[in-house]
Design a protein around this ligand. Structure first.
Ligand code: GUN
Ligand code: ZN
Length: 435
């Protein structure tokens, strides 16, 4: 049996703080978290739990830190590590000029494994413990990713990109091949340890009707698997989709007609949607992944969070590396706040940290396993450092409330703010700032 006891300030969400009948979170200034065999055994105030700790247990004490669930990133591309910070283009040119040529390299399993290792180390360093991840069209890219994730015991969801048109030949599969390759990966990886599979048609432009139909068939054949794609990110993209699918009511309807909307479906971006699309997303319990650093970097637009709230569409946070510009969920929340400001909407710090943890878990229908610190949940959590830089330390020292501190962390923080990252009860990362 392995046992770890941590003592310090603890925060964990129980509900959406904007919707909840109570405050939607638990917070202990002096809390105890007990971890046994990779799971949370107990959480509570030190005054109540100290007596429950075995006499011989070592208690790890944290001062000026905040223990909270690991971040959940609901949209990211692992093969795009080397696409980050590519100059000057919007979506369709950016894909053609930078992204497709880079993804070509992933036919090589060694490139794939080396990049997957680098990518997972970056995510963990940034405090992200679960992500919904795009591979490339090459099944070996997903094989390499799952192997790298399995060796760290991280809970990850990944899928082979399906794309059979409007892309260079070297990156195209066929409807049948993509079905067979996806099926083989699902059989091998979905539910093996902590790994899960997502059917991954890239977006409507790069899939024929026949391929989208095959994607829908896979979802029918394997209940419990996920679906990830892009939706209504850029206005030129939306226009092209309308031309390609004249029989569809709107962009979302292309996916809907092929059975791709469900409670395990995550659509990245969804910036330029109409009311009908919002209603269909809500009615099918599909969700949007909000990727503010990407939406700003690629000049895609400003997601209207108030409209999603009004239409009761579920949403969570994605970095969208490498259209996005940071692995850090804190930096992503920083940009999310500013996007909301430009739309005359306020993203509160409590809502922001909820979206980055339990909100992500709920979007993925994994909240019975991750996203919150409760007994029997998987012990994926991070330790945030309130004093990672002199500036943050100084600003935090002026804060009066938890909300003030969270807001300072999301606006000023980044991967330097992550003191430790724990995955399934093991500490996988410790900042050298703590030495
Ligand atoms: N739409 C289709 N493919 C992509 C991609 O790789 N990144 C982003 N941001 N949008 C896409
Ligand atoms: Zn993307």
């Amino acid at each position: 049996m392995s046992l770890n006891v941590l003592r310090g300030e603890i925060l964990s969400f129980t509900d959406d703080p904007d919707q909840s009948t109570d405050q939607g979170y638990v917070h202990y200034d002096d809390g105890i978290l007990i971890i046994e065999d990779g799971l949370i055994k107990a959480i509570g105030p030190a005054s109540e739990l100290l007596s429950a700790i075995p006499a011989d247990a070592v208690v790890l004490e944290y001062q000026n830190k905040l223990i909270m669930p690991g971040f959940i990133d609901t949209h990211i591309h692992y093969p795009q590590v080397d696409v980050l910070a590519s100059y000057g283009e919007q979506l369709l040119e950016w894909l053609n000029n930078y992204t497709f040529p880079t993804e070509k390299q992933f036919s090589d399993p060694q490139t794939a494994r080396e990049t997957a290792d680098f990518f997972l180390d970056e995510l963990i360093k940034a405090g992200t413990t679960t992500a919904l991840v795009f591979g490339t069209v090459h099944p070996q890219s997903v094989q390499a990713f799952f192997e790298a994730s399995e060796s760290r015991n991280t809970r990850m969801i990944c899928g082979k990109v399906m794309m059979d048109r409007h892309a260079p030949d070297y990156l195209c599969d066929t409807a049948d091949q993509s079905y067979e390759d996806s099926k083989a990966l699902i059989e091998q990886w979905h539910g093996r340890g902590r790994q899960l599979y997502a059917v991954t048609p890239r977006f409507a432009i790069t899939s024929s009707d026949e391929q989208l139909q095959k994607a829908g068939q896979l979802l029918q054949e394997y209940p419990g698997i996920f679906m990830q794609t892009h939706l209504s990110e850029n206005t030129d993209e939306v226009d092209f989709v309308q031309q390609l699918f004249p029989g569809a009511e709107d962009y979302l309807d292309v996916y809907d007609q092929n059975g791709l909307l469900s409670s395990r479906s995550v659509f990245a971006h969804g910036i330029h949607l109409c009311e009908r699309e919002h209603a269909r997303l809500r009615d099918t319990q599909s969700s949007i992944s909000f990727c503010p650093t990407s939406n700003l970097f690629l000049g895609s637009g400003l997601l209207d969070l108030a409209a999603l709230e009004k239409a009761k569409v579920s949403y969570s946070m994605g970095t969208d590396v490498g259209g996005g510009t940071s692995f850090s969920m804190l930096q992503t929340l920083n940009e999310a706040y500013k996007v909301a400001q430009l739309r005359q909407h306020k993203l509160s710090p409590l809502k922001a940290f909820y979206l980055a943890t339990l909100g992500g878990a709920k979007a993925l229908k994994l909240d019975h396993l991750i996203g919150t610190l409760q007994p029997d949940r998987e012990a994926d959590f991070i330790v945030l450092d309130y004093a990672a830089t002199p500036l943050i330390k100084r600003r935090i020292s002026k804060c009066q409330t938890l909300e003030d501190r969270l807001f300072a962390m999301m606006i000023l923080g980044d991967d330097r703010s992550i003191a430790e990252t724990w995955v399934a009860g093991q500490c996988l990362y410790q900042s050298s700032l703590n030495d």
